[in-house]
Design a protein around this ligand. Sequence first.
Ligand SMILES: Nc1nc2c(ncn2[C@@H]2O[C@H](COP(=O)(O)OP(=O)(O)OP(=O)(O)O)[C@@H](O)[C@H]2O)c(=O)[nH]1
Ligand SMILES: [Mg+2]
Length: 536
Amino acid sequence: MSSEAINREVKRRRTFAIISHPDAGKSTMTEALALHAHMISEAGAVHGKGGRRSTVSDWMEMEKARGISVTSTALQFSYTPGTADDSDAPFVINLVDTPGHSDFSEDTYRVLTAVDAAVMLIDAAKGLEPQTLKLFQVCRHRGIPVITVVNKWDRPGQTPLELIDEINERIGLIPTPLYVPVGIAGDYRGLLDRRTGRYIHFERTAGGAKIAPEILMDADEAAQREGDAWTAAREESDLLAELGQDHDQEMFLAGQTSPMIFTSAMLNFGVRQLLDALVEFAPPPHGRTTVDGTDREVTDPFSAVVFKVQAGMDSSHRDRLAYMRIVSGEFERGMVVTHAQTGKPFATKYAQAVFGRDRSTVDKAYPGDVVGLVNAIALAPGDTLFIDPRAQFPPIGSFAPEHFSALRVTTADKYKQFRKAVDQMDAEGVVQVLRNDLRGDASPVMAAVGPMQFEVVTARMKAEFNVDTVVEPLGYAMARRTDESSAPELDRQRGVEVFTRSDGAILALFSDKWRLQYIEREHPDLLLEPLVAAAD
Ligand SMILES: Nc1nc2c(ncn2[C@@H]2O[C@H](COP(=O)(O)OP(=O)(O)OP(=O)(O)O)[C@@H](O)[C@H]2O)c(=O)[nH]1
Ligand SMILES: [Mg+2]
């Protein structure tokens, strides 16, 4: 395929993650975006337990039951903006909904290594929350441009200017609202389009299940209809213009400003505007630098990074899906690529486009696309696939675990299943699995960033393997990387235990930081290397 043809495909692709502190409405927004692209006909069509509806991206039993996302979910769909001509090919949107809870932040981080932009949701009532701040930092660190969405505008909350100031002061990022809401938080009537000066009024639909009809008005009509609410929006918009807070594409791409939109994912207000902003402003896929410092351009031969491995999506097919994000070249199903980590050939016969838990065969794909590879047992997050010339992208790196528990099977005759299940959780990176001779294979130790990861393990062991397990917290609070020569001495110490992780790393666990400091002082010759949290 010619460079020109590849560039044409690249130009009409957008690949982004939806991120936020828990509960700001990411999964609801994901569904609303899919609704606006006509991929689903009704939002919230499936009802979860406890009266909460579940969304297309929250497909796991635990997610439906609790109403939270515990794992990231990819969706690919096409979208034709309202401004497009009939002759324009639709845009291809690759969206990844991420879990908000910090216990699952490693998954979210991996996703952020694979996307070109992020949509940050902020709850209008809550403003900046702890995960909001951390995620803004990660995006800045990785050079990912962010579109800021103030969601839940249908509920009482702060004023637009308060929220804008808070972001400006605490993050050092300048919000540049593309629209200003008409009506305060809790009384969401529509949006003032700052570029055209016109008013978009939204009509409610029953249960917010359908796309909200829009009525377009000029300023006079808007003033007549909305009175003071319109005047207030006009004043806010003028003030922002005076402060220089208008969209500037270069500053946005440089991570200095963030286009801002006010939405209600629940009522489907402002969602089309968000989708259009992504198409208009979010950067198309670009190449990336390999470990040896050379650039792999989008028009170079095929290369891709694996950022997620997920099994158990379908109880009738016990298969494992590796998600790759294509970096360069044209992908054709069936082509044989090389797995950079092993040097082995890898057949891509079973390549699929993903939409939540639904999948369909994909024959061709281009840079930016997220493609699922079925039963790609050899692949792990961070791996590279390529067609000559060789490419290998930097590894993703894992977070330092701070919670450690032994996992024990309680159903006696299920040992084989149990081992299989442990291997699967390990391969997916749901938890890190540690072993040593003393404990044996019957009760491996799980290491996690947060304890909710253990709950996911036990819930999935039951749901996918019908194995009952118990989690026994161990009295360790931190881990250090060590080596074979230091291991015997460390093992002799009180409050210390040495393990081998499945990737071969030797880890020493310590009961607390004082124990660690004592041993460092007494035995300066021992290798005790901090595990670098990838977000540092
Ligand atoms: N009023 C109102 N409620 C909303 C809106 N968006 C989402 N919600 C509700 O907020 C709750 C959380 O929504 P989710 O979409 O699950 O939030 P999330 O960000 O995906 O949560 P995690 O994935 O667990 O971090 C649900 O009860 C939603 O119905 C909104 O715009 N307005
Ligand atoms: Mg969610």
